[in-house]
Design a protein around this ligand. Structure first.
Ligand SMILES: Nc1ncnc2c1ncn2[C@@H]1O[C@H](COP(=O)(O)OP(=O)(O)OP(=O)(O)O)[C@@H](O)[C@H]1O
Length: 616
């Protein structure tokens, strides 16, 4: 039975009942509150010393200093030993008693806020002007620019370089002119949308490689999505036309095998050689080639560009950075993640790592995020001056000076009416409209086409469309055959649509970066642009906070008179009925098609089964 006896620990103060204990706790709590209040009052009073008190303190200080001086002099005369003078000096420096912390005493002082300290290269960027109106860098007068590039630029109608190009291109070129053991400084560029960042890396890369005749991949440009890769590859091909440099585009839109045949070749004498000099790719496809293409080598890579670097940083696809760094591994060091220490052994014993160039309109200036790129003594070119007074400055982005931004509020039912009012009644042309879902984009397209009744040409621009259809839609938009493009954020970044005058956010953007990239589809390359965000009343505060977080001033509001809604109400209800019918029919035909497809599979399978049994 002893086995089942449990000896419990009993508190020595078991007699104190719980009510008593609680009241004691309450008492203690009250006492602490009182102490805190007293400490607060004392602290306040100590700040209000009267003038008289300050006078007496100063007088006391003076007499104290005179005493010490006299003692010093007398000791000097008497030839007092050095040690003794030292001890006196220590006494001189001794703090008054009240400066020591007394243990066990509660002090309720507000802690001083720790100031954010940025690394020097982030807090002292090269400031890039955003003024695209008064250009001061004529292409034909730049001695440092290769004559072939000059002639291509002029034939493309580029007579002056934009400020970001004027500053970044010579800097990159200079880095590659340094004598052998010196490694180039890596470069980060954070400049507004449409400010010409693409040419800022295309031109120097071509100029650096123009006389390099080796059969290996020399430059790699990584982009987050196919559309951007296609766009950048087009620019490279255009500017490489008069050179012997070859450019390859590697994205998921072409079969892998086809790309493999295009980029590598096996030779009896030299083994695998590269057929191209510059590769423009998406991160996902790059990993596929690293893993599956025999002879694909980036070991001699000279330049690595990461465009829309913050987007790539946020969504590291297929762990591409890890695979790339493993592939290029320099003896013991990785190209990123760890910066090789700068000593003579490293510099002379190893080949320089690829020169890294990072670009974005919303490049994070967060040192922790930038750390993962393992940049070598980087230099930042930024359009946003660093303001040390403003702690939110670390997230500041700039938009083009030619861009006008506004917002408008309405109820959910009135959103299509406002859009129609802008497009038809105000006759806004060349409009790009963003929604938060592909389904909304489709419905809106159908509605506006029905409602416009021929006066409006609206098309969908979604990532679901195949490449040629999308290019066709964009071409029609440029040629004014389509007035309005409706899409989602999949196409918000980097896409360079010529002559887009208005950007309407039908649904508000989810974060500040999306907002900056959306509105950045207009007001590009020094042209005027307007961006309007439609908000429901309950979305106002969130949107204002979002704008503030980007370090932007408050946006003006467009007022819409209620009569406008009343006038449009009848035609809207008529159009919405027809839209519902059309979407219902579309869905039905989709269901019908999928049923037929399934039936087709089934009957084929049955036929195979029947043939199989017949042959047995
Ligand atoms: N020096 C120049 N003179 C005239 N037009 C230029 C010049 N440089 C670039 N452009 C044009 O400006 C437009 C925007 O350039 P680009 O696409 O490089 O901008 P970006 O800064 O990369 O924008 P985003 O951040 O949106 O990607 C392009 O149509 C390009 O052809």
């Amino acid at each position: 039975m002893d086995l089942f006896v449990i000896n419990r620990y009993r508190d020595t103060n078991e007699d104190i009942d719980w009510v008593d204990r609680e009241s004691k706790n309450l008492e203690r709590l009250k006492q602490r509150i009182e102490e805190r209040r007293k400490a607060h009052v004392d602290h306040k009073q100590s700040n209000f010393i009267t003038l008289k008190e300050i006078k007496t303190i100063n007088e006391e200080k003076k007499t104290h200093e005179n005493d010490l001086k006299n003692i010093d002099e007398s000791h000097e005369q008497e030839g007092v030993s050095e040690n003794a003078t030292k001890s006196l000096n220590i006494n001189k420096k001794q703090k008054p008693l009240n400066e020591f912390k007394v243990l066990g005493v509660n002090e309720f002082e507000k802690k001083i806020k720790v100031q954010r300290v940025l690394p020097y290269w982030l807090s002292h960027p090269h400031i890039v002007s955003t003024n695209l109106q008064n250009l001061s860098c004529p292409v034909d007068k730049q001695d440092w620019l290769h004559s072939t590039l000059k002639s291509t630029l002029l034939s493309e109608g580029v007579s002056h370089l934009f400020p970001v190009q004027e500053q970044v291109i010579p800097f990159i070129l200079k880095q590659h002119e340094q004598p052998s053991p010196l490694w180039p400084h890596d470069v980060c560029v954070s400049a507004p949308t449409g400010s010409g960042k693409t040419l800022s890396f295309v031109l120097p890369i071509i100029q650096i490689l123009i006389n390099d005749i080796g059969n290996y991949i020399k430059a790699l440009i990584v982009l987050p999505v196919q559309e951007l890769a296609i766009q950048v590859a087009k620019v490279f091909k255009k500017y490489c036309l008069k050179t012997r440099l070859k450019v390859a585009l590697l994205t998921g839109s072409t079969p892998l095998q086809q790309e493999q045949q295009q980029i590598v070749r096996y030779t009896e004498s030299a083994g695998w050689v590269s057929e191209v000099d510059i590769i423009v790719c998406t991160a996902g496809r790059l990993v596929e080639h690293i893993q599956n293409t025999p002879g694909f080598s980036l070991k001699c890579l000279k330049i690595l560009v990461i465009d829309e670097a913050d987007r790539i940083m946020d969504h590291i696809q297929n762990d591409w950075l890890y695979h790339l760094e493993r592939h290029i591994k320099l003896e013991n060091e990785l190209i990123s993640g760890k910066v090789p220490s700068l000593n003579w052994n490293n510099v002379t014993g190893h080949k320089a790592p690829p020169h890294k160039l990072l670009f974005s309109a919303t490049l994070s200036q967060d040192p922790e995020k930038l750390e993962q790129w393992g940049l070598f003594q980087p230099k930042l070119f930024s359009a946003a001056p660093v303001d040390f007074e403003d702690e939110n400055d670390i997230r500041k982005y700039t938009t083009p000076a030619e861009l006008t931004e506004q917002f408008v509020t309405c109820t959910a039912e009135n959103k299509p009416l406002i859009l129609y009012h802008f497009l038809v009644e105000q006759k806004w042309d060349k409009v790009l409209c963003f929604t938060n879902a592909a389904q909304i984009a489709h419905r809106l397209t159908v509605l506006l086409n029905i409602w416009g009744n021929g006066s409006l040409k609206v098309a969908e621009l979604s990532a679901a469309l195949d490449r040629s259809t999308r290019e066709n839609v964009l071409k029609k938009f440029t040629q004014s055959e389509i007035n309005v493009l409706i899409g989602t954020d999949a196409l918000a970044r980097g896409i360079d649509i010529t002559d887009c005058t208005y950007v309407i956010s039908y649904d508000p953007p989810r974060n500040i970066k999306t907002y900056i990239h959306r509105v950045g589809r207009t007001g590009r390359a020094g042209r005027k642009g307007h961006a309007i965000t439609i908000l429901l009343p309950n979305q106002m505060n969130i949107f204002m906070d979002l704008i503030k977080s980007g370090g932007k001033p408050e946006l003006p509001q467009i007022e819409i008179s209620p009569e406008i809604f009343d006038n449009l109400s009848d035609s809207y209800h008529h159009a919405i009925k027809q839209t519902k019918d059309q979407i219902y029919n579309e869905n039905n035909s989709k269901i019908q098609k999928s049923i037929e497809l399934k039936r087709g599979f089934k009957s084929k399978a049955q036929k195979r089964k029947y043939d199989g049994t017949k042959n047995k």
